[in-house]
Design a protein around this ligand. Structure first.
Ligand code: ADP
Length: 480
């Protein structure tokens, strides 16, 4: 297990602020200790990245793509050990963690496949002797700040396109889950990435980010995390006009139309809602179900939820692991209490399960009906395994409620008539939509939101283009 930081081409195990304990949320066992770096290490990394930037930018596409393809293959080859690492530091069930490794590898394959989108483009100008050339230049040194819920994939989707685009990169993973980021850096080095090209620092988020973003040499930030932190970082980025991609909080609506196939909707809701114990930014947050089928939907959800096995992620058959930390449990409890206080009806769950000597972090799959937009669980990301259902009288009412949220990351529409479901989906104001589909994310497709969910896209050609600037040259041919 790699526990050292990668700074200025060196693996280093000391941090100016001491060290951080990485804790398994299912047991509170200390999995590892990593350096607590601060401003001084952040500056060393930045100096090196800035110096190395032109070299990586000048590296031919084939060589860059070669590193990406090798990394994809190595991620797959190490799927089992990486999946265990994900589960150990973030708690999700092992099969989900294995899925995350595959998803991460897909970002590397995708970036390698899309690299020729960066080829020069030529414009025929209506001007004799002059032709236009459009070039895609690396944006420069970029920074990546990532959250704990997908400790490998959220970094992979930033590291892969930045490598393809020719950027040197500075990365800071979440303090809860730094180990996957360090493992990814190790893989990239083994795959031939020059070590000065990627720097991974664990430590004091504020000190590290401030050092990078206020310096002027960092030209791009890609951030995934809370809207609150995103706002703070945007303010910092305004100083040096740092380009940003922001993937922030979500409040996804899951709309079930009157003619929906209820079984498909239930199975999809189960998959989308309970993945990572409800701790993903595209988890459905507000279930808006047509009144004719709302009670049946809720009843079937409760039956299906009762079959889920609540257990540590490493245990065979686990479907729901622990929440990441006690604060997360507190938040989910507060959402449930608020919903019940405001008239919600508890169908199942609503509390943590007694797991004997394990931490009190295993929240039971919960179904609450009779919800409404005044409840906390409709206004704020629950980030836990709670299905909050409101019955609606029409698709229009569902859309009105769905779009009233200041967030706009993901949405879901389930309906028996494709054209109708599609028409509803197209009126949703969000970036990613599943139509009769529970898992809309794909490394080849654009991922990102609108409004308070941020801007910029990750994945496919769209993710790659976030790391380049477009440069236009008007070239007059000289008759020499
Ligand atoms: P969450 O609530 O999901 O933990 P955060 O936005 O707090 O989301 O964290 C996402 C990432 O942002 C983590 O890597 C975290 O360390 C980092 N982060 C948190 N606060 C700051 C800050 N003030 N400046 C820079 N990064 C921060």
């Amino acid at each position: 297990m790699q526990t050292r930081n990668l700074i200025a081409g060196q693996w280093t195990d000391t941090g100016s602020g001491g060290e951080i304990e990485v804790v398994d949320p299912a047991s509170d066992d200390v999995v590892a200790r990593v350096p607590m770096c601060g401003a001084s290490e952040a500056l060393i990394a930045l100096n090196c990245a800035f110096e190395f930037q032109p070299k990586w930018e000048a590296t031919p596409f084939t060589q860059r793509a070669g590193v990406l393809r090798a990394a994809a293959a190595m991620l797959i080859a190490r799927k089992d050990s990486l999946a265990r690492l994900i589960t150990q530091e973030c708690g999700k069930p092992l099969p989900e963690a294995a899925g995350e490794v595959q998803y991460s590898a897909d970002y590397f394959s995708s970036a390698a496949n899309e690299i020729h989108a960066l080829d020069d483009m030529h414009i025929a100008l209506d001007k004799p002797g002059v032709r236009g050339v459009v070039r895609h230049r690396a944006v420069g040194v970029c920074a990546a700040i990532t959250p704990w819920n997908f400790p490998l994939a959220m970094l992979a989707r930033k590291v892969a396109p930045a490598r393809a685009a020719g950027c040197a990169q500075l990365a800071k993973p979440a303090e809860e889950t730094p180990l996957c980021a360090l493992a990814l850096a190790e893989i990239l080095l083994e795959c031939g990435l020059p070590p000065q090209c990627l720097h991974v620092l664990t430590g004091d988020a504020k000190a590290i980010a401030t050092t990078w973003l206020m310096d002027g040499r960092v030209r791009k930030l890609s951030f995934t995390g809370s809207t609150e932190t995103g706002r703070l970082l945007l303010r910092q980025c305004s100083q040096e006009i740092v380009r940003c991609s922001m993937e922030l909080g979500g409040d996804a609506a899951f709309i079930v139309l009157a003619d929906a196939n209820i079984e498909l909707a239930v199975q999809s809701a189960l998959q989308a809602k309970f993945r990572n114990a409800g701790q993903t930014c595209i988890c459905p947050n507000r279930f808006l179900v047509h009144k004719d089928i709302a009670s049946e939907f809720a009843a079937r959800m409760a039956i299906a939820a009762a079959q889920l096995k609540i257990a540590p992620g490493l245990e065979e058959g686990s479907n729901i692991g622990p929440l990441i930390h006690d604060e997360a449990v507190k938040k989910v409890r507060a959402h449930v209490a608020d919903a019940l206080k405001r008239g919600g009806k508890l169908v199942c769950g609503g509390r943590t399960k007694d797991m004997r000597d394990r931490p009190d972090r295993f929240f039971e799959p919960t179904v609450i009906t009779n919800c409404n937009p005044n409840m906390l669980c409709f206004q704020d990301e629950i980030f836990g395994p709670v299905v909050a259902i409101m019955s609606v009288t029409s698709a229009d009412q569902a859309l009105e409620i769905a779009n009233a949220s200041p967030f706009g990351l993901a949405g879901y529409v389930f309906g028996g008539n494709h054209a109708t479901a599609l028409a509803v989906a197209q009126q949703l104001r969000c970036g990613v939509i599943g139509v009769n589909e529970a898992a809309p994310s794909n490394a080849r497709a654009p991922f990102g939101g609108v409004k308070w969910s941020g801007y910029g896209r990750e994945g496919g050609i769209w993710g790659l283009m976030e790391y380049v600037t477009t440069q236009y040259l008007a070239l007059r041919e000289l008759n020499t």
